[in-house]
Design a protein around this ligand. Structure first.
Ligand code: 13P
Length: 251
């Protein structure tokens, strides 16, 4: 069966010291909580090794926000999947809309990143989602389908089964404007159908599909109550232990 997951995406926020404190606070809160989901925090590269040392990995998973599309070598400033894995991280966000939009990450580049993440036993949290214009012109199903096909559909069924998907409508990210729970459910059900057509119903049923975009304690419960919404990828609300925990406990 698929897992429920709440993952934080800290983006380019917190100094190392602030990040360690935030990780400690989340870890502390989880000690006394009985969450009905897996919890992961995805943190800046610079924080990974230190955060790994202060959290209990039995209750809190650790991920990066990106990795390189090459194995190793002369790629100044890049961080490889093997480097990420060597810190103790188990997850990596790939294909976030901010990476696609601001850093020109294409379906082809993301395919390489996914392959390298899997080769290093990292679980990719693969992001997909349409921009406002595509929501308004009605092309959003086609856009999301193409993003999945373009980077993931050369995977074997076994490898596809290791992917976590995150539907993040770009118009809902950091805007305070969430997709309604019905809009999220409609897209998540569509995505599961796309996976079923390619890999069969069992693989589709076992794939965790998270929602991301202005998810907060006040709307998380309604989103997570939808049958095809298996959790959330949380930006702003993951930057404080209290609001992050408010989402974790929404399950
Ligand atoms: P917000 O929760 O800040 O809208 O960000 C969502 C997101 O991009 C998570 O990856």
């Amino acid at each position: 069966m698929r897992k429920n997951i709440v993952a934080g995406n800290w983006k380019m926020n917190t100094t190392l010291q602030e990040g360690i404190k935030l990780a400690e606070d989340v870890n502390e809160a989880l000690k006394t909580a009985t969450p009905k989901c897996d919890i992961v925090i995805c943190v800046p590269f610079t924080h990974l090794a230190s955060v790994n040392n202060v959290i209990d990995k039995n209750i809190l998973g650790l991920g990066a926000e990106n990795c390189a599309d090459h194995v190793k070598g002369a790629y100044t400033g890049e961080v490889s999947a093997a480097m990420v894995a060597s810190t103790g991280a188990t997850h990596v966000i790939l294909g976030h809309s901010e990476r696609r939009q601001y850093y020109g990450e294409t379906a082809e580049i993301l395919k390489e990143k996914v392959n390298l993440a899997l080769a290093n036993n990292l679980t990719p949290i693969f992001c997909i989602g349409e921009v406002l214009e595509q929501r308004e012109d009605g092309s959003y199903f086609d856009v999301v389908k193409a993003q999945i096909e373009g980077s993931l559909f050369e995977l074997s069924a076994e490898d596809f089964g290791k992917i976590v998907l995150a539907y993040e409508p770009v118009w809902a990210i950091g805007t305070g404007k969430t997709a309604t729970d019905d809009q999220a459910e409609e897209m998540h059900a569509f995505i599961r159908g796309v996976i079923a057509d390619k890999y069969g119903k069992e693989v589709a049923d076992n794939t965790s599909i998270l929602y991301g975009g202005s998810c907060k304690p006040s709307n998380a419960a309604a989103l997570f109550a939808k049958p095809n919404v298996d959790g959330g990828l949380i930006g702003g609300a993951a930057l404080e232990a209290e609001s992050f925990m408010g989402i974790v406990t929404a399950f």
